[in-house]
Structures are given as structure tokens and as C-alpha cells.
Design a protein around this ligand. Structure first.
Ligand SMILES: *[C@@H]1O[C@H](CO)[C@@H](O)[C@H](O)[C@H]1NC(C)=O
Ligand SMILES: *[C@@H]1O[C@H](CO)[C@@H](O)[C@H](O)[C@H]1NC(C)=O
Ligand SMILES: *[C@@H]1O[C@H](CO)[C@@H](O)[C@H](O)[C@H]1NC(C)=O
Ligand SMILES: *[C@@H]1O[C@H](CO)[C@@H](O)[C@H](O)[C@H]1NC(C)=O
Ligand SMILES: *[C@@H]1O[C@H](CO)[C@@H](O)[C@H](O)[C@H]1NC(C)=O
Ligand SMILES: *[C@@H]1O[C@H](CO)[C@@H](O)[C@H](O)[C@H]1NC(C)=O
Ligand SMILES: *[C@@H]1O[C@H](CO)[C@@H](O)[C@H](O)[C@H]1NC(C)=O
Ligand SMILES: *[C@@H]1O[C@H](CO)[C@@H](O)[C@H](O)[C@H]1NC(C)=O
Ligand SMILES: *[C@@H]1O[C@H](CO)[C@@H](O)[C@H](O)[C@H]1NC(C)=O
Ligand SMILES: *[C@@H]1O[C@H](CO)[C@@H](O)[C@H](O)[C@H]1NC(C)=O
Length: 877
């Protein structure tokens, strides 16, 4: 007994030592030597071998520690291995007879009883049950495969059936009850039960695949040996392997995988060894059993090709009823769709380049659907007369939302068997498309058309209609977007007009309730500016823009399938304009029109200038107001301005700099310009300006009428005089064009150094008061033919708006701007030393001006009517 006690003490010491090596994360209740009353282990029981077994069994039972007896028949050729899960330190052991060990191997014919030294062996141990089946030398035990032996402890366990067979014979694994579903490497099965099938050819192992239960793979046929393994978690109640083995005639290929698809469903399969390479020069087949009244479509989601030295990698289909079986496809081809009934598909490898073999792999999906009611209905899409156009039919949310493989399938077919989830049609052809889709409302159309002009001679005067072709609107698919990409060189600009419907700018006060809107984006080489969102039915008749323009018709709400929805957008290429954009607004007299500077979210880009020309009907007065008091930005370089100018002789110019208050609401009696030009704003400030225009009938005031008549007479006379005088004079110098920020984008020749007039030649004051645009138009023409396009730009408004100025009025309203000490900050070329402060204090000729905010520019000598001064100046010269 003393010897026994000494042994027990030694054992306890040993265990204690190993316990100290234990990590801190372990629960002490599982330390079998910890003395816990729940401990399964009774260290002293190995004292007396004679007494041992009986005592041990009793003690184990008393402490609820189960013991296991496993007896393996010799003939079963099965080995059971119980071992610690790799990477775990041994805090639980196996107690066999009088020995404590961390691993137990039970060989064929052995009979072993054991227990664990802890209550949760499943946390530490795994079991591997390997059965060798030799069909070459011995009898092949075909039939159902059992989970043998019984009575194993509840551990994670792997059953391995290693079948050796002649390569001349085929082996078939046939799965019962729940068929299998192949999973990608790294994927796990929901119930943690997985099958792995490996084929052994010439001592090399090919991984046919890993599968979960509950799928459609019903049979796998292989050649030669197979190593089949089944992984079960410790808690699995599974008692049968779920498959049987049979021998078959040679299949003459690596393997055949059979899938039986019963209902509407989809299956994803991979080539052997995926994502690694399919064995060189091998052949394999997938068979698909499809009910005859169903349709199947094949999609290759992921594949790569190896570098073939001889032969070509390909897939071959046997499709029932096909006149050309086998149908051979490249992996890059669109694979057959809408196949009626069962078919098979074979993957054929090639002889690879030994130096650089590459990888042949394939992940694909087969989708089974009921035939669609409309499968035989074809829709004609005639793009034969279109140019530069692509039409893509896709699922809602594409391309940001790529349809998941599990999504219900909606297919678009170019012909009965060429279908895909996304179909792109290009102009110049006629298509007959059909849909295999239960719910067409999930499909959308996105189309794009390019219109280019690289030489104005080829495009000037040409009017392009920007409307969605009828062949698209008549499809039973909702239009998502139609994009026109207008491409031109630097010196060609784009003018879009909506002569009948006109456009309304979408601002927060003025939402679009139409079924579609246009999003206009101008893409200069380095910047992108969202000109805005516009919907049909408004006041904007024309927008002229520089740079390449993208116009997207986007459908709103219920969409745009009805071809009766009116569209009225036209585009033409025009010669260079000065502003980034010019809007011509001709409002409905009853409307309140809101207008806003482009690029709302980020503010007008630096140095960009935008103009609005607002047409005021003759019998009406417009009221113009700004939505806020100030521009709300600080300039880092340059200054930002707002200029407002009525287009009438003698009109007063209203100029506001970014550090000044914006004008109060004011009445405008004639067509007028609003120009906004930006500086380079300081960080975190931006120029976003909104204004509104309303209309009221003109008040009939006899006094005013008289004054107007009188004033107009005087003006006409003066205008003519000035015109003649100026015409002579201007020949000697640069023409004066707009004086707003001559920004970097303005590259019209002849504009540089615009205001660098010498003192001796100083006629700035003349410009300051000359307000008859006619003068400038002609002068421009004379001084520089290259800016000829701007000639009629300054014509007074005289009817149709098509020829209206796209630029702010050409007046020098900067003379009153006190130059700051750092002149270089001033982007305006006001570098002359002229310190004159010009005023615009015309007498309001018969106009009822409600100019509440005393115009700062009127600070000058209002007692001397400027018109007279101008007249004198002109006459003097
Ligand atoms: C294995 O051993 C147990 C207990 O000694 C005994 O009951 C059983 O019959 C044995 N089984 C075999 C197959 O030898
Ligand atoms: C047993 O399997 C489960 C799930 O498959 C796993 O989370 C656990 O770690 C495994 N246990 C051991 C000891 O390997
Ligand atoms: C048992 O396995 C061994 C080794 O693989 C093999 O030689 C033997 O033929 C097998 N016996 C049976 C009956 O399969
Ligand atoms: C089998 O899969 C289907 C759908 O994939 C699921 O609804 C069903 O519950 C699964 N059955 C089992 C037993 O896992
Ligand atoms: C296709 O293969 C690439 C590379 O292995 C992988 O990143 C991608 O997730 C795969 N796609 C699918 C759908 O399996
Ligand atoms: C494929 O299908 C065709 C026609 O049903 C059949 O003749 C052929 O044997 C099949 N091939 C395989 C490998 O299943
Ligand atoms: C479509 O046409 C094919 C061949 O003509 C026919 O077999 C099929 O029944 C038709 N499908 C429907 C839904 O009418
Ligand atoms: C087609 O688009 C390209 C640029 O994408 C353009 O250069 C070409 O002029 C366009 N053709 C027509 C007819 O508009
Ligand atoms: C849109 O709103 C305007 C007025 O806000 C209204 O006159 C017009 O009928 C509306 N259109 C639609 C389609 O609702
Ligand atoms: C417009 O795009 C075309 C082609 O991409 C380019 O050559 C041209 O310079 C662009 N024009 C402008 C003003 O950015």
C-alpha cells in the first residue's frame, strides 16, 4: 500500500506540474487534480492493480464521469484515434487502465475501456475513425456505410473512409436523404456537419470538394481510390453516414458530380481543388437532373484559365433537343440559359506550359426556374439608327448592388438561349430581347449616348434632340437614367434649350413633382461642378455651359415607361462663352421663380462666374430678392461680386462685394442680368446664393409714363452719339468686355490685360457710363474677329431670346471699388492708377425705383446727372 500511495503522490505531483503550465484562461473546475469535489479524477486509484478497475469504475460512476469501452473487430479494419486538439495544452487526459495519457489509439481487434480526467473532454479531444477499404486485394464492402464503432465518447469526430480501388473501375458515392451542397473553401456548414471528398489518382490527391448536407448533389462518381471524410461536431446526433458506396464501370474521367434540382432553386459548384488549379489535362462532368417542365441557366461567376501548350480549355454541354451536341463554349462565353430539362456539362483542361502553368478554376451557378409566362414574347429594340449609344438592362440597384447568387433570378435574353442578369445593347443594330423574370418591375434601363464636337464647323447650327428614343420608352422596363455625354474641346461650348416646357431648377423651396428630372454636371478637366437638377415645366429657357457636360435624365417616382411623357430638351454646340454658365430665364408671369448658383453642396468653384438673364414681360414689373443677407463667404484671393443690371439704356448697376450686404428686394422694370462671380474662398466658406423673382402688373402711373417717354427720347439720342464717337475711338485699344472676375477659365484671346489702359488713354470713365451694349458688340467685332461670337451677345433685347447675352453686362462697374493695398489679390485687371470713383447715379428716367437700400454706388455727385457728363465726354473727344 505504501508503494501505491507513493505512486499516487508522484502522479499527483506530475499532474500539478502540468497544471501550472496551464494558461490563465482555463476554468479551475476542470483541473482534475484541483481537489474539486466534482473532479472525475481520483489520483490514488491506481494504487492497487487488483482493486483498480472495480474501484475506478465505482468512483467514476460516483462522480458522473462516464467511461467508455470500445472494441474493434479485426475484420472491420478500423482504427480509432483519440487525441488532443492540436495547439491545446493538455489540461485533460485519458485514463486507460492504470495509465494516464493524452492520446489513445485503438487498433483493429482491440478492446479498450477508458475515461477522461475532466468532465468536458469535447473541449480538448477529437476523435478520428479511419476505415481502410481495400477493393484491390480484398472484398469490397459495398452498400450503406455505417458509423462504426458504436459507443464513442461525444467528441468532435472525423470518420475517414479510405477506399483503394483500381483505376479501371469507377466508384460511386450515393447520398441518401439529404443531398449535398458544395461550399467554398473557408465556408462552414450551418450544422457543422461536412463531407470532404478526395480522389486519389497516381498517388496524387485531388480535392473534389467540401459539402454540407441539405443540397442537391446526389451522387459523385470517381475513378480509382477515394478518401471520403465526414466531420461531425461532438453534439451531433447523427448515427448514419448518409451515403453508400457502389462500384461502377469506368467513367473515363476524373469524376462526375450529379445534382438533382427539383423545385425552383439554384446551385453553386466549383471545379476540383478550387480555388487552386484543376489537374492538368483532366476531364470532369457535372450532370444536372432538371424536371422537364423547368428551365435551367448556367452562370460562370469566377474562373481563370491556365496557360495551355496544347489543346484548349473549354466546357461542353449535352443539351436535350440541341441539334449540335456537344455544344462547346469557352469559359469566357456567355453560357447557355433557359435550358429545358436535364443536361450535362463537362470541363476539359489542357496540356499546360510547364514553366508557367497558370490555374484553371471555375465557380459557377445553375439556376432552375419555371418557364416564364413571357418567355416567348420578344421585344424589338431598334438601335440601328442610333449612334454612340449603349442601353443596359439590369436589376434595380445595379451596379452598386451586384445581385447576390441567392437573389431571385431575372434574366434578359438576346436570343432564347443567351440570357444574362445584365444585358448591354449597343447602337447600330436591331435586337429582339425577351425576359425570364417573374417581376419585371425589378428591372431598370440605363442608357448612355455620347455627342461630340471637336470642330465647331461640323456642329454649329446643328440641333440635337435630347430625348429618350421611343424604342426604349416602349419597353416594359422602367427607365432609370438616360445619360447624354456632351464632349467638346475647350473653345466649344454647349447650349441646351427647352423651348416649350422650359426648365425649373430644383431648390428646397421648389421641388420637382414631375416624373423625371435632368441632372446637369459640368466636367472641367480638373473640376466637376453640379450645375443643378432641373425638371420640365419652369422658366429656364436656355442654359449655356462651358466644358464637357453630362446630362442625366433621371426618373422620379413611378417612372418613365409611358411614351406619352413629353420631352423637350435640345442641345447645340456654340462658340466659346465667358461664364461658366449662363441661364436665360423667361418666367411665367404668375410664378415665383427660385434660382440658385451651381454646385449647391460645395459652393461655386473658385473664380467661376455665372449669369442669369431674366426676361421681364413688357407690361410687368419683376421683383428680385435674395434668400439671405450676405454672400456668406470670405475670400482668400480675389473678391466675389454680384452684379445686377437692367438691360435698358441708362440703367443703374448694382454691385455688391462679398463683404457687403446683398441688395434688398427691388423692382426691375426691364430684362435684367444677375451675375455672380466667385473669388477663391477661404477654407470652410463657400458661395451658394439663391434668389427669387416674382412678377406684378406694372402700375399705370401717368407721371412715370411721361417721364419714360421723355427719358427714352433723350437716351436714344445720347446712345447714338456715343456710339459714333466710341466707334472711332475704340480702334486703338482692346475692347472692353465684362469686368467681373476675369477668371482663369476665361481664355478668349484679346482679353488679357483688359483694363490696363494708360492714363493718357484713360477712358474708363467713359465706359463707366456707356451702357448701350450695341456699342460694344460692334467694337468687339472690329477689334478682334476671334471673339466675333460675342458680337450679338450684347445686342439689346429685342424679341426672341435666342440671341441674348450670355455674359454679364459689359460695364465697368468696378471703378468705385477702392483698391486694397495688396493689389495682386485683386483678380480684376484694375491695375491702372485711375482712382476715379464713378457713379451710376442716373436719374431714374421715369422708373418707379423702390430702391430701399440706398445704393452705395450712388455716393457720388448725384447732383450732376451722369448722362450729361457722358455726353460731354463723348462730345469733347
Ligand atoms: C471487451 O471487454 C469487455 C469488458 O472486459 C467485455 O465485456 C467485452 O465482451 C469485450 N469485448 C470484446 C469484443 O472482446
Ligand atoms: C469541435 O467543433 C466545433 C464546431 O465544429 C468547434 O467550434 C470546436 O472548436 C471543436 N472542438 C475541438 C476540440 O476541436
Ligand atoms: C485492412 O487494411 C489494410 C491496410 O490498408 C489492408 O491491407 C487490408 O486488406 C484491409 N482489410 C480489409 C478487409 O479491407
Ligand atoms: C435545407 O435548406 C433549406 C433552404 O436552403 C432550408 O429551408 C431548410 O431548413 C434546410 N434544412 C435543413 C434540414 O437544414
Ligand atoms: C472570385 O475569385 C476571387 C479571387 O479568388 C475572389 O476574390 C472573389 O471573391 C471570387 N468571387 C466569388 C463570387 O466567389
Ligand atoms: C451527357 O448527356 C448525354 C445526353 O444525355 C449522354 O449521352 C452522355 O453520356 C452524358 N455524359 C455524361 C458524362 O454524363
Ligand atoms: C415558348 O415556346 C416554346 C417553343 O415554341 C414552347 O415549347 C413553350 O411552351 C413556350 N412557352 C410558353 C410559356 O408559352
Ligand atoms: C461619339 O462619341 C465620341 C466620344 O465618346 C465622340 O468623339 C464622337 O464625336 C461621337 N459621335 C457622334 C456622332 O456624336
Ligand atoms: C406639379 O405642381 C404644380 C404646381 O406646384 C402643379 O400645377 C402641377 O399640376 C403638378 N404636377 C403634377 C404632375 O403633379
Ligand atoms: C472634353 O472631353 C474630351 C474627351 O475626353 C477632351 O478631349 C476635351 O478636352 C474635354 N473638354 C474640356 C473642355 O474639358
Amino acid at each position: 500500500m505504501a508503494a501505491g500511495r507513493a505512486l499516487a503522490a508522484l502522479l499527483a505531483a506530475l499532474l500539478a506540474a502540468s497544471a501550472q503550465r496551464e494558461g490563465p484562461g482555463q476554468k479551475s473546475s476542470e483541473y482534475v487534480w484541483s481537489g474539486s469535489p466534482l473532479s472525475c479524477d481520483q489520483g490514488g486509484i491506481s494504487d492497487c492493480p487488483g482493486l483498480f478497475l472495480e474501484l475506478w469504475v465505482k468512483l467514476s460512476a460516483a462522480h458522473h464521469c462516464p467511461f467508455f469501452t470500445i472494441s474493434l473487430h479485426k475484420a472491420d479494419n478500423t482504427t480509432v484515434m483519440i487525441k488532443l486538439r492540436p495547439g491545446l495544452s493538455p489540461s485533460c487526459r485519458i485514463h486507460v487502465k492504470n495509465v494516464i495519457r493524452s492520446e489513445l489509439k485503438i487498433k483493429p481487434g482491440e478492446n479498450v475501456t477508458f475515461t477522461f480526467t475532466c468532465r468536458t473532454p469535447e473541449k480538448y479531444f477529437i476523435a478520428e475513425i479511419q476505415k481502410n477499404i481495400d477493393c484491390i486485394s480484398g472484398l469490397c464492402p459495398f452498400g450503406d456505410v455505417h458509423l462504426y464503432p458504436p459507443g464513442l465518447p461525444r467528441l468532435n469526430r472525423t470518420y475517414i473512409w479510405d477506399v483503394k480501388a483500381s483505376t479501371k473501375a469507377g466508384l460511386e458515392l450515393k447520398f441518401s436523404t439529404s443531398w449535398l451542397r458544395q461550399i467554398e473553401p473557408g465556408e462552414t456548414c450551418p450544422d457543422s456537419i461536412s463531407y470532404n471528398i478526395n480522389s486519389c489518382i497516381d498517388k496524387a490527391t485531388v480535392n473534389i470538394g467540401t459539402f454540407c448536407r441539405n443540397g442537391s448533389v446526389s451522387r459523385v462518381k470517381l475513378l480509382g481510390g477515394v478518401v471520403m471524410s465526414l466531420h461531425l461536431p461532438w453534439h451531433s446526433p447523427l448515427t448514419t453516414s448518409g451515403f453508400n458506396i457502389a462500384n461502377r464501370a469506368s467513367i473515363k474521367r476524373l469524376c462526375i458530380i450529379e445534382s438533382i434540382l427539383k423545385a425552383e432553386s439554384s446551385i453553386t459548384l466549383m471545379s476540383p481543388n478550387y480555388p487552386l488549379g484543376f489537374p492538368e489535362d483532366e476531364l470532369m462532368t457535372w450532370q444536372f437532373v432538371i424536371p422537364p417542365n423547368m428551365r435551367a441557366s448556367v452562370f460562370f461567376h469566377n474562373y481563370s484559365l491556365s496557360n495551355c501548350e496544347r489543346k484548349e480549355e473549354r466546357v461542353e454541354y449535352y443539351i436535350p433537343g440541341s441539334p449540335s451536341n456537344p455544344e462547346v463554349f469557352k469559359l469566357s462565353d456567355s453560357q447557355p440559359a433557359n435550358i429545358a430539362g436535364s443536361f450535362n456539362m463537362s470541363l476539359q483542361g489542357c496540356d499546360q506550359d510547364a514553366q508557367n502553368p497558370g490555374v484553371l478554376r471555375l465557380l459557377f451557378q445553375v439556376v432552375v426556374q419555371h418557364p416564364q409566362v413571357d418567355e416567348n414574347v420578344t421585344h424589338l429594340v431598334d438601335l440601328s439608327k442610333e449612334t454612340n449609344m449603349t442601353v443596359t438592362i439590369h436589376l434595380e440597384g445595379w451596379p452598386s448592388h451586384v445581385p447576390l447568387m441567392s437573389d431571385p433570378v431575372c434574366l434578359i435574353c438576346k436570343d432564347p438561349r443567351t440570357c444574362d442578369r445584365v444585358l448591354t445593347l449597343t447602337s447600330g443594330a436591331v435586337y429582339r430581347i425577351s425576359f425570364l423574370c417573374k417581376d419585371l418591375s425589378r428591372l431598370r434601363i440605363t442608357a448612355e449616348k455620347g455627342i461630340g464636337c471637336m470642330d465647331i464647323r461640323w456642329c454649329q447650327g446643328k440641333i440635337y434632340s435630347l430625348s429618350v428614343p421611343k424604342t426604349i420608352t416602349q419597353l416594359p422596363i422602367q427607365l432609370h437614367k438616360f445619360i447624354w455625354k456632351l464632349l467638346a474641346t475647350d473653345l466649344i461650348n454647349v447650349e441646351i434649350t427647352s423651348p416649350f416646357l422650359k426648365l425649373q431648377q430644383r431648390v428646397s423651396e421648389q421641388r420637382c413633382n414631375t416624373s423625371y428630372s435632368y441632372r446637369i454636371v459640368s466636367a472641367a478637366p480638373e473640376t466637376k461642378m453640379n450645375v443643378g437638377v432641373f425638371c420640365p415645366g419652369g422658366s429656364i429657357e436656355k442654359i449655356q455651359m462651358r466644358n464637357n457636360i453630362t446630362i442625366s435624365l433621371e426618373t422620379l417616382g413611378k417612372g418613365f415607361t409611358n411614351e406619352s411623357i413629353p420631352q423637350d430638351l435640345q442641345m447645340s454646340f456654340v462658340p466659346h462663352i465667358k461664364d461658366e454658365c449662363t441661364f436665360t430665364v423667361s418666367p411665367n408671369p404668375k410664378a415665383k421663380v427660385y434660382l440658385q448658383t451651381p454646385n449647391e453642396r460645395y459652393g461655386l468653384p473658385p473664380y467661376v462666374s455665372v449669369s442669369w438673364f431674366i426676361v421681364v414681360p413688357s407690361k410687368q414689373t419683376a421683383r428680385l430678392g435674395f434668400s439671405k443677407d450676405r454672400m456668406g463667404l470670405a475670400c482668400e484671393t480675389g473678391r466675389a461680386y454680384i452684379n445686377i443690371k437692367e438691360e435698358t439704356p441708362g440703367a443703374e448697376e448694382i454691385v455688391r462685394r462679398e463683404d457687403e450686404l446683398l441688395p434688398q428686394p427691388r423692382n426691375m422694370h426691364h430684362n435684367f442680368w444677375v451675375n455672380v462671380s466667385n473669388c477663391k474662398p477661404m477654407d470652410k466658406t463657400q458661395l451658394t446664393l439663391q434668389f427669387w423673382v416674382t412678377f406684378a402688373d406694372k402700375k399705370i402711373d401717368l407721371g412715370i409714363i411721361l417721364a419714360v417717354v421723355a427719358g427714352a427720347g433723350v437716351l436714344t439720342a445720347i446712345g447714338l452719339t456715343v456710339y459714333c464717337v466710341k466707334k472711332k475711338k475704340k480702334k486703338t485699344q482692346n475692347p472692353m468686355v465684362g469686368v467681373y472676375n476675369a477668371n482663369v477659365n476665361t481664355q478668349v484671346p484679346g482679353k488679357k490685360g483688359l483694363f490696363r489702359k494708360g492714363r493718357q488713354n484713360n477712358e474708363s470713365h467713359v465706359y463707366a457710363v456707356i451702357d448701350d451694349a450695341v456699342v460694344y458688340g460692334h467694337l468687339l467685332k472690329e477689334s478682334n474677329g476671334s471673339v466675333a461670337p460675342e458680337v450679338d451677345v450684347y445686342r439689346p433685347f429685342d424679341g426672341p431670346i435666342g440671341s441674348l447675352p450670355p455674359s454679364p453686362p459689359p460695364f465697368s462697374f468696378r471703378k468705385d471699388i477702392k483698391r486694397s493695398s495688396n493689389t495682386e489679390e485683386e483678380p480684376l485687371p484694375l491695375t491702372d492708377t485711375d482712382q476715379d470713383t464713378y457713379t451710376f447715379a442716373h436719374q431714374k428716367l421715369g422708373q418707379s425705383e423702390d430702391n430701399g437700400d440706398a445704393n452705395k454706388k450712388n455716393k457720388g455727385d448725384t447732383s450732376v446727372p451722369l448722362l450729361e457728363k457722358k455726353e460731354q465726354d463723348g462730345l469733347v473727344e
